[in-house]
Design a protein around this ligand. Structure first.
Ligand SMILES: [Zn+2]
Length: 500
């Protein structure tokens, strides 16, 4: 589980820095490369690097790295080329490709930059990659991350899902109180976005790519906001608001560039070469939602979730939240190797008092050690159970605000009792989706391309992937992307059907 390693120490640091900083001692000020003005810096460079260094392992654990050393080296080369032309070339710049299907890119203080395989799949050139990396480098050089963190600490911003839980219980049910990751849930301000774009333009310009790539990237991002993207953590648009505004701003910036700048290379081929075979979307073996159920072929489990709830399939847990946000169901693996040990560890937690067992534990369902409990001094009521699956043990916890327990109890209990072994042959040997490249033989619309080279995703997603509008022509000789394999659908924000 992720530990809030650094963030706990921040408020004190912040307050003392504020007191000192009010005097704007020379050591507490830094020049913002975007504005050229001096700004109060609450963290010195060593602290910034420390924040990035200590959070990086959490990011890697949460998302996983995409295992393709050549692609990783390529992204790093493009990123470092840009970073060495920034105002802070000596930061320990680190570029990583995360194994995540969501369209996303983000930065941590100190020079840690992440792109997902999801955003890479939606690009068509090295210049677009440079535009995205240049923007994130801009957030680092202008110190937006540390500034955001201080503001969040002051405002007491919490993580949405965990907010109905007391912090102690959130830690004990695991995975919900990843305070170190809160940074990823915070929006940049419009000013920050503008500054990062203007810095990104500067770095892309200095490195010799066409700045027009920004326009293509913002078009893709604003089109992606219309589609339904599956994600575990917030995608790019949630933390980088207003792609349409940024698109307009980028277009007007282009008019101020010398015309020869627009003749600079896109480097489409070296980029596209690396996309052939790239996984697309979620891995069906890691589970997905079917009607009102969650099925996990990898673990061989099926669970019926309550009608009308919203499901999220995260890397380390499946979470479903009631329509009123007053109850929550979570399925997650535990470290213990047996059901008995796992039950002892959970019910033995100081913040939990067991109220009753289910006396009628059903021998036909795999759930064991089911108990009703109260937590957080009685403010929360819940039920938990354990099941052996795969090579380990899973814990199912269903909780509700105490005053809402009577209205949630039935559906929570039904959900816990619905756990069953998945032996539906339809879910055996599902092929993962991947991108393959096709040389377009003649001018054809994206629809015609889809008829000739069928994809498993819908037209809206296919058009987005190829950066065209529905109806638009693909040119003869160009390389287009198609997607084959089983589509497990969105993984987050899935509204489960409400039966009449
Ligand atoms: Zn941004």
């Amino acid at each position: 589980m992720l530990e809030p390693r650094f963030i706990g120490g921040l408020p004190k640091l912040f307050i003392s820095s504020l007191a000192l900083g009010a005097l704007c001692l020379s050591t507490g000020c830094a020049t913002n490369p975007a504005t050229g003005r001096s700004q109060l810096s609450l963290y010195n460079e060593a602290q910034e690097i420390q924040i990035g260094q200590s959070t990086d392992p959490q990011i890697v654990q949460q998302y996983g790295l995409y295992d393709d050393p050549e692609l990783a080296a390529y992204v790093e080369r493009v990123g470092k080329d840009l970073a060495t032309k920034s105002e802070r070339p000596d930061l320990p710049w680190t570029f990583r490709v995360l194994n995540d299907p969501v369209i996303n890119a983000f930065a941590l203080p100190g020079g840690y930059i992440y792109v997902t395989r999801g955003i890479l799949g939606h690009m068509g050139s090295e210049a677009e990659l440079a535009a995205v990396l240049g923007h994130e480098i801009g957030h680092v050089t202008a110190r937006h991350g540390v500034n955001r963190m201080s503001k969040a600490q002051l405002a007491g911003v919490g993580l949405g899902l965990g907010s109905i839980l007391a912090p102690e219980l959130a830690r004990s049910v695991g995975g919900l109180a990843q305070q170190g990751m809160q940074l990823l849930f915070l929006k940049y301000s419009r000013d920050d976005e503008r500054q990062a774009d203007s810095l990104g333009f500067r770095y892309v310009d200095r490195t010799g790519y066409t700045p027009e790539a920004f326009v293509d990237m913002f078009s893709m991002l604003s089109a992606s906001s219309r589609g339904s993207e599956g994600s575990r953590l917030p995608g790019y648009l949630l933390t980088h608001p207003e792609p349409e505004q940024r698109l307009l701003a980028a277009r007007s910036r282009l008019t101020e560039m010398p015309p020869e700048a627009l003749q600079r290379p896109w480097k489409r081929d070296p980029f596209m070469d690396r996309l052939d075979g790239l996984p697309y979307g979620a891995d069906p073996d890691e589970g997905f939602f079917v009607e009102s159920a969650f099925v996990h072929p990898g673990l061989g489990l099926r669970i019926e979730l309550p009608d009308g709830w919203t499901g999220h399939n995260q890397k380390d847990a499946v979470v479903a939240v009631s329509p009123n946000n007053d109850a929550l169901f979570q399925l997650s693996p535990v470290q213990e190797r047996s059901v008995d040990d796992a039950a002892r560890a959970f019910y033995g937690n100081q913040s939990i008092s067991v109220r009753s067992s289910w006396s009628d534990e059903d021998p036909n369902i795999p759930l064991r050690a089911t108990q009703v409990f109260s937590a957080d001094s009685g403010k929360i009521l819940g039920a938990a159970g354990f099941v052996e699956a795969g090579n380990g043990v899973l814990r199912l916890v269903a909780i509700s605000k105490a005053e809402r327990w009577s209205s949630n109890e039935d559906s929570l209990e039904r959900t816990l009792r619905s756990v069953s072994k998945l032996d539906d042959p339809r879910y055996r040997n599902l092929k993962k989706m991947k991108i393959s490249l096709v040389r377009v033989p003649k001018d054809m619309s994206i629809e015609e391309f889809d008829r000739r080279y069928p994809s498993s995703i819908d037209m809206e997603q296919l058009a987005l992937l190829n950066q065209v509008e529905p109806g638009e022509l693909l040119k003869a000789g160009a390389r287009a992307k198609r997607v084959t394999g089983f589509d497990p659908g969105p993984q987050t924000g899935v509204k489960l059907p409400r039966n009449p």
